[in-house]
Design a protein around this ligand. Sequence first.
Ligand code: ZN
Ligand code: ZN
Length: 277
Amino acid sequence: MLEVASLGSGSSGNATLVRSKTTTLLIDCGFTLKESLKRMASLGVAPSDLTAVLISHEHSDHVKGIGPLSRKFGVPIHLTHGTYRRLRDNRLLAYELFHAHAPFTLGDIEVDPFPTPHDAAESCQFVLQHNGVSFVVATDMGVCTPYILKKLAGVNGVLIECNYDDEMLRNGPYPPSLQHRIRGNFGHLGNVQAGPVLRAIDHPRLNRILLGHLSEKNNTEDCARNTVLASLPQAADRVTVLKQHTASPWFAITGESMPIENNASHTEALLADGGQK
Ligand SMILES: [Zn+2]
Ligand SMILES: [Zn+2]
């Protein structure tokens, strides 16, 4: 079993805890150190419990607290070379570089990173696996590529990006250039893209679907949930929308992964569906 909890998710800060019995990983640290520690404490986690921190990319909503966390507690920070180059000013105390195509192990959790199309130096996300149970973070990506779909296929839990509602973005406060960036292939997944992706990867042992990285200006919890469930009505009792300003409870991720081949037909359906932009 894996357990997952969000310290908060949205355009102004992201951090996710993933743990087995003996290993606790923090994925991104997009809140101030003080706020991160407060939210971790509410979930019963102290900084000394962290085995390592994984960084997906250098945008401030993912790294705000990373320098202080590193310097104060010396937790090893794992990141790609491209992300490290952009973060050098953060003076990380202990860090390890990984290759975004090369799996590695932290404690007893296998980390399988994959590159994401996003407007950052070398952004990636992660499949985390322990004893055959897997969880994937899939946020900060302009489009779900066939390669990413393969990484997502068969997982038991997913945190997927629902950044914006189409109409709210169009009618919202953002200038056209920024709207264009968000919608672009190196921007963010919207509600309407997330549904078909989930439909493509749904299987009987996908037992937890977390919707995250919502924009506070261009989305609402109801919009995200309703749009996704329009594509995947059978998932109503498995879907939770993560919040920006409060930590989630712990979610248990159980079950066995399914072989990728089993999902091939769904993947083809997704691509035929126009789920890709
Ligand atoms: Zn982000
Ligand atoms: Zn980003």
